[in-house]
Design a protein around this ligand. Structure first.
Ligand code: PLP
Ligand code: COI
Length: 354
C-alpha cells in the first residue's frame, strides 16, 4: 500500500547528525533522527502537520501533561530490506489503537490521513536513518500530549501530536528473567491498562526497580484482584508453552491489545501450532515448571520483538526454563521478522510500503 503525500509543511534540517551515530552498536531508543513531525490541536481542530528539524519543544509550566498526565503514545518500527526499500508493519493498527487510547484519556482522536501521511512523509525524509545492521530498525514513537494549560483537573483544550524516530537495536540485551508480581498491580478493571497511556508505564517503574534489585529484568503482571492469573509484562505480551500448546491470556480492560501478540497467534496457527487464548494461572505455570511440562515463555512486542524468557521467580523460588533446539520463539520470531524486513512473501497483507 502506498499513500499519496499532501498537505504537510516540511522544513528540512540544514545539518545532519547521522555521521555521529554508531550504527553497528545501537542501543534502544537513545539517539534521534534529524526530523520530527509536530501537529497542534487548537480551537477544536487538528492543524496542518509540520515536519521540522528535531528540536526541544516549549511548553507552559501549567500545561496539563505536567499535572494530570494526559498523554498517550504508540510504538512502531520501520525496516529496510536488502534493496534499501523501507517498510512498516500494520501501521493502520497502530493508528486505530492510538485513537482507542485517545478516547479513554479524553484526548481528541487523530485523523487517519494525518497519522499515515505524516508518518510516511517523515520516513521519506529519514530513510537513511533506518539501520541495516541485523536486528536493528528505526523505532518510531508517535505520541500525543496535553499542551493546553490550567490547574483545573479537566481535559486540556490544546494538544500536540508528535512523531520522532530513533535508530535502535535490541530492547533486551541477553536473556530475560522475570518476576511474577504478587503485590503491585499495573491495571484494574475499568481502568486504563488497555490504553498506551504514559502513566501506565510510570506506575510500573517502582515495582520494576524492586524486581531489578532482586536480579530480574522485568515484572510479569498478574490480575489485580487475585494476583493468580498471568497478564502481561511491562512492555510486551506474554506467551507460555505447556507441552506443545502455546497459550496467551485474553485481552481485557487491563491488557494492551498487542499487534505483535495477534500477529504471533496468526503465524503460530499457520504453522500448525496449537494455540489457546485463555486465562492462565500462576499455579498452572508453576505446576508445569515442576513437572517439566513448561517448555517456553516469551514476550512479544514491537520493541521486544520475540524475547525468550530464561527464568522466572515466584514467591521466592526461581524456575529455569529449558533450552530447546526446536523452540517456538525462534521459529515465530523468524517468521514475523522475515515479513517485517521483506525477506519473504506476506500472505497476511501486513507489510506496508513507505
Ligand atoms: N504490552 C505493553 C504494556 C506494551 O507496552 C507493549 C508495547 O507496545 C505491548 C504489550 C506489545 O504491543 P505491540 O506488539 O503492539 O507493540
Ligand atoms: C513498544 O514495544 O513499542 C512499546 O511501546 C514498549 C515501550 C514501552 C518500549
Amino acid at each position: 500500500m502506498q499513500v499519496q503525500l499532501k498537505n504537510i509543511e516540511v522544513e528540512k534540517s540544514k545539518t545532519t547528525k547521522i555521521n555521529e551515530v554508531d550504527f553497528d552498536n545501537l542501543a534502544f531508543g537513545s539517539v534521534y533522527s534529524d526530523h520530527m513531525l509536530v501537529c497542534d490541536y487548537k480551537n477544536g481542530a487538528w492543524e496542518t502537520p509540520k515536519i521540522m528539524p528535531y528540536q526541544p519543544i516549549i511548553l507552559d509550566p501549567a500545561a496539563k501533561i505536567f499535572h494530570y498526565g494526559q498523554s498517550i503514545f504508540e510504538g512502531m518500527k520501520a525496516y529496510k530490506d536488502t534493496d534499501g526499500k523501507p517498510w512498516l508493519f500494520r501501521p493502520l493498527d497502530n493508528h486505530k489503537r492510538l485513537n482507542i487510547s485517545a478516547k479513554r484519556m479524553a484526548i481528541p482522536e487523530i485523523p487517519e490521513e494525518t497519522f499515515i501521511e505524516g508518518l510516511t512523509t517523515l520516513l521519506h525524509l529519514e530513510k537513511d536513518w533506518i539501520p541495516t545492521t541485523p536486528g536493528s530498525s528505526l523505532y518510531i514513537r508517535p505520541f500525543v500530549m496535553a499542551s493546553g494549560i490550567g490547574f483545573h483537573a479537566s481535559p486540556a483544550d490544546e494538544y500536540k501530536f508528535i512523531i520522532c524516530c530513533a535508530p535502535s537495536g535490541a530492547y533486551f540485551s541477553g536473556k530475560v528473567s522475570v518476576l511474577i508480581e504478587e503485590q503491585y498491580s499495573r491495571s484494574a478493571n475499568g481502568g486504563v491498562g488497555y490504553a498506551k497511556a504514559g502513566g501506565n508505564y510510570a506506575g510500573q517503574f517502582y515495582p520494576t526497580q524492586l524486581a531489578i534489585k532482586k536480579g530480574y529484568n522485568q515484572v510479569i503482571w498478574t490480575d489485580d484482584n487475585t494476583h493468580e492469573y498471568i497478564e502481561e509484562a511491562g512492555a510486551m505480551n506474554i506467551f507460555i508453552r505447556i507441552n506443545d500448546t502455546l497459550i496467551t491470556g485474553p485481552t481485557s480492560d487491563r491488557i494492551l491489545d498487542g499487534i505483535t501478540r495477534k500477529s504471533i497467534l496468526e503465524i503460530a496457527e499457520d504453522e500448525g501450532i496449537k494455540t489457546e487464548v485463555r486465562k492462565i494461572s500462576v499455579t498452572e505455570v508453576v505446576t508445569a515448571a515442576k513437572s517439566g511440562k513448561l517448555k517456553e515463555m516469551f514476550g512479544a512486542g514491537t520493541a521486544a520483538v520475540v524475547s525468550p524468557i530464561a527464568a522466572f521467580g515466584y514467591k521466592g523460588v526461581d524456575y529455569d526454563l529449558p533450552e530447546l533446539n526446536d523452540d517456538y520463539a525462534s521459529l515465530l520470531k523468524k517468521r514475523i521478522t522475515d515479513i517485517q524486513y521483506n525477506r519473504t512473501e506476506d500472505k497476511f497483507g501486513w507489510r506496508f510500503k513507505v
